[in-house]
Design a protein around this ligand. Structure first.
Ligand code: GLN
Length: 566
């Protein structure tokens, strides 16, 4: 089939049945589309796979741009509960996203923007807006072609805008979900329009290994992939996720039942260390198989780059830790590690750079409030304390007691956003004698509102996307610990908050030794605080965990871990 002809036909009939609006400057075939879908179950590491594969491709000098197509109807991830969905990751442009975006940014060492995170909610929002503006010229607005057309638009616009060699498209959910049907259908159309040589479909499936049977069972995977075939999507590559390495028999069954040649069926069992994943995929030949599909294996040959990937892997893996430390994380979502994934990753980055082992002790602070445990018990064996970002009053008093313990016992402390605000409250109460000091978020009638709402936030209504969000400059005061760690007078970090230090209390707080070492340019917003008499006591109004990258840990995290190691 002459796919160029298909594309031209469609492009010239864009306002009719095809409804494929082709952006100006779009050249079919210039940007290839790699589509990653999942079957059988969710949570098998599509995001990690996509990131690791992207790493292999970047290593071969391709310009890749990731995009997550999220199936849910929320416009962004800002209103999602971290306990159900994992952490809300914040992009530099202020977009609140799923945690997979964090994985892309870290693995690929890229800073992406809102174009890399598209939910069904956003797709429908723009369709409804266009409909209200009368842009559909009297037509009834339909699932096909309008919704699917909008999905393709988003991708083609990103292709033009980013000038990427390849878009890595991760489709949220699993094949067969109602929610992502329009995305799947859009992928089928995309492949028809662009040609199979420009769209590669990768399916990540799961191979069961029921303990009662004692062998691999491929039926669920077969059915999952058949579901894809029913949707008109023939996978080009199948990645079999499993707990243990799969056998030849599994490969054969998947190949025969799903029309995928054996050399394109790969096994990806659990690995101890995700940093070894890119090299693992490389050694299996996954990135080569994909480039062969696109006819690009000669264009992006593997020359000397393998060595760089090997070095990267080696540097990220700590084989023989020189020392181990335990960091306490006091939060309210301690039941789900994904709620704090960027913090855990930032600690991993520090562990690699210092070649040490960083253990985590989760401290459920509501237990302290209920009197189930004492602060001494909670902090036992902890070499350093992190209080992460948070909202609302649950667990707050427990967190404040842990912070007080860290401050008075010389235990390194890193407070992230809420962690900075609560450290300010603790200091106000116990070092400045401001009894019942609090944040107005918890107690609107506190006699000492040392933390209060940002002036710009006072009149905002609604919860979605309305906080002070994204990257802002921070002016770092010379001669402070923050300055020493960052080595720069101006830095940029990412924020997600409504409240901040009440400027009316700054004099009282600083009189007792607290230093505000980072401020916002032109605004009276305190962005870093530290306590010079302490070995390491730092709070940030921003989230330094979002900018930490493998082999380039965020300076404050690195300073904190080094202080814990001492
Ligand atoms: N609840 C606090 C605020 O809105 C802290 C937010 C956070 O920790 N991300 O300012």
């Amino acid at each position: 089939m002459d796919t160029r002809k298909v594309f031209d036909e469609i492009a010239s009939h864009s306002s009719e049945e095809f409804y494929s609006v082709i952006p100006d400057g779009y050249k079919p075939g210039k940007t290839k589309y790699l589509v990653v879908t999942g079957s059988v179950i969710s949570g098998i590491g599509k995001g990690t796979f996509t990131s690791a594969l992207g790493k292999c491709l970047i290593n071969r000098k391709l310009r890749v741009v990731p995009i997550k197509m999220e199936a849910y109807l929320n416009v962004d991830a800002g209103t999602l509960n971290p306990y159900r969905h994992g952490e809300v990751f914040v992009l530099d442009d202020g977009t609140e996203t799923d945690m997979d975006l964090g994985s892309y940014e870290r693995f690929l060492d890229l800073t992406v923007n809102k174009d890399s995170f598209v939910t069904s909610g956003r797709i429908y929002q723009s369709i409804i807006q266009k409909e209200r503006e009368g842009k559909y010229l009297g037509r009834d607005v339909q699932f096909v072609p309008h919704v699917t057309g909008e999905v393709k638009n988003v991708l083609r616009n990103l292709a033009v805008k980013s000038k990427a060699d390849m878009l890595l498209i991760e489709v949220g959910g699993t094949v067969g979900d109602y929610e992502n049907l329009h995305i799947m259908e859009a992928m089928r159309q995309l492949r028809y329009e662009e040609g199979a040589e420009n769209v590669c479909l990768v399916n990540l499936t799961y191979i069961l290994e029921p303990s009662s049977v004692g062998e691999f069972k491929t039926k669920a995977a077969q059915l999952g992939i058949k579901k894809m075939l029913e949707l008109g999507l023939q996978p080009d590559v199948v990645i079999c996720r499993s707990e243990h390495p799969i056998t030849q028999k599994v490969t054969e069954k998947i190949s025969l039942n799903c029309n995928v040649p054996m050399n394109r069926v790969f096994g990806m069992h659990n690995v101890d260390n995700i940093y070894s994943l890119p090299l693992f995929l490389r050694n299996l030949g996954v990135d080569t198989a994909i480039l062969v599909h696109f006819g690009w294996d000669q264009k992006f040959k593997l020359d000397g780059q393998q060595k760089a990937l090997e070095q990267w892997t080696k540097a990220n893996v700590v084989e023989k830790p020189v020392k181990a430390v335990t960091v306490g994380i006091a939060g309210k979502y301690t039941g789900l590690f994904d709620s704090y994934i960027s913090i855990l990753k930032a600690l991993e980055h520090c562990a690699a750079v210092t070649q040490s082992k960083v253990n985590v002790k989760w401290i459920e602070t509501t237990d302290l409030e209920k009197g189930k445990r004492s602060v001494e018990e909670a902090m036992a064996g902890v070499d350093g304390l992190i209080v992460p970002g948070g909202f609302g009053s649950r667990g707050v008093e427990g967190k404040i007691s842990c912070i007080g313990y860290a401050r008075t016992h010389g235990i390194p402390y890193l407070g992230l956003c809420y962690g900075m605000q609560l450290a300010t409250i603790e200091f106000a109460r116990n070092a400045c004698g401001l009894k019942d000091a609090n944040t107005t978020e918890v107690n609107p009638r506190t006699p000492h509102p040392v933390i209060c709402i940002l002036p710009e936030q006072e009149d905002i209504e609604g919860l979605g996307g309305t906080m002070r969000l994204g990257g802002y400059d921070v002016l770092v005061e010379k001669g402070t610990l923050a300055y020493k760690l960052y080595g720069a007078a101006k830095i940029r970090e990412r924020f997600r908050h409504r409240f901040n230090v009440n400027t009316q209390y700054i004099d009282q707080l600083t009189a007792k030794g607290l230093v505000f070492s980072g401020r916002a340019p032109q605004k009276r917003i305190m962005q870093i605080m530290e306590l010079p008499v302490h070995k390491f006591f730092v709070g940030t109004q921003f989230h330094p965990e979002f900018t930490s990258r493998p082999l380039k840990p965020n300076p404050l995290f690195l300073g904190f871990v080094k202080a814990c190691l001492q």
